[in-house]
Design a protein around this ligand. Structure first.
Ligand SMILES: NC(=O)c1ccc[n+]([C@@H]2O[C@H](COP(=O)([O-])OP(=O)(O)OC[C@H]3O[C@@H](n4cnc5c(N)ncnc54)[C@H](O)[C@@H]3O)[C@@H](O)[C@H]2O)c1
Length: 303
């Protein structure tokens, strides 16, 4: 691995929603970035997407000159200190890709996957040098959401983890070290524990979907940016937290599988924005308004 993680040569594989944004973050931080994609149209669009994002954010547009699109995978990765993969969420595809990448990189090049949910162990198990492989789970959009979960496997060296943490920290991200390769890592486990109960409340007729979202946004959602759940537990007292849990936890949804209510929505073609209805109905105008509100909010929270 390169001695200096502040001047790394980065290769990004996959120039889609996540890949182009990850390339943008590293280029803005001063790194030389190659980006590759198996679909020419995705690769061709990468630089203009990055330029548009930088312009919209009022950031240095010349950063895009540090991004080098490269149609050939071997050429894109051969000189890299760090390779991050953001191709489609498909285990055999990712396994095959890393097998190929490993044939073209140095023995000490760090290899990272941006998978959302696939265990890093499954993706990297076929590598010759598994100790340099790990997960880096970014959140969308990569240039506005600070967290990157850095996931180690049973094989990853502490040096590879430390180097990767530093790389992301100096690029302005907030890396979090995930010490065990568990499904959902940290962020998605927490997020989906909440979603499970949110769905259950609607399923049981306790309230409708709009009310669930209104309650979250008007209550602990207000505090979350400055008060994490365990800070909150300490603030109110672990004794009070225990008393609350002893009453509430037995009635909270703990079914291990997905909710039948959610399964029925999907079976009925109620897929959310893409079909115009999910937990509630969404006109094109309402969808655009919510997306705009979200982007505006994330921009306003930039450090
Ligand atoms: N979208 C999100 O919110 C989000 C968040 C965190 C992580 N992720 C993960 O990031 C990864 C990418 O997601 P996305 O939303 O950017 O998907 P996307 O569909 O926008 O982009 C994937 C890109 O990979 C390219 N690709 C497919 N096979 C390839 C190959 N063999 N070689 C090179 N390029 C190839 C596709 O052409 C496409 O441009 C997935 O693993 C996803 O689960 C997504």
């Amino acid at each position: 691995m390169a001695a200096d993680s502040s001047k790394a040569r980065i290769a990004v594989i996959g120039a889609g929603l996540m890949g182009h944004g990850i390339a943008q973050v590293f280029a803005l931080a001063g790194h030389a970035v190659t980006i590759t994609d198996s679909v020419a149209a995705s690769l061709d669009a990468a630089k203009s997407r990055i330029s548009a994002n930088l312009r919209d954010l009022g950031q240095d547009e010349t950063a895009v000159t540090r991004v080098q699109p490269c149609a050939d995978l071997a050429q894109a990765v051969h000189d890299a200190d760090y390779v991050v993969e953001a191709v489609s969420e498909d285990l055999p595809l990712k396994q095959k890709l890393f097998g190929e990448v490993e044939r073209h990189v140095r023995a000490d090049t760090i290899l990272a996957s941006n998978t959302s949910v696939i265990p890093i162990t499954s993706i990297m198990q076929g590598l010759v040098k598994r100790e340099r492989a790990l997960g880096t789970h970014w959140w969308n959009p990569p240039f506005l959401v600070p967290l990157v979960e850095v996931i180690e496997t049973q094989w990853t060296t502490p040096q590879a983890v430390a180097w990767t943490m530093k790389l992301h920290e100096t690029a302005g991200k907030k890396p979090a070290h995930v010490k065990k390769d568990v499904p959902g890592f940290i962020g998605n486990r927490l997020q989906h524990a909440l979603w499970r109960e949110a769905i259950s409340l609607v399923e049981q007729g306790i309230c409708d979907a709009e009310t669930v979202d209104a309650v979250v946004k008007a209550s602990f959602g207000r505090r979350l940016p400055v008060l994490g759940p365990l800070e909150n537990a300490d603030l109110v007292g672990t004794d009070l937290t225990l008393a609350i849990h002893n009453i509430v936890l037995p009635s909270i949804d703990s079914r291990p599988g997905s909710s039948p209510y959610l399964q029925k929505l999907v079976a009925d073609g109620k897929l959310g924005f893409k079909s115009g209805e999910g937990f509630r109905k969404w006109s094109p105008g309402e969808q655009a308004a919510l997306r705009a509100t979200l982007m505006q909010h994330l921009k306003s929270m930039q450090d």
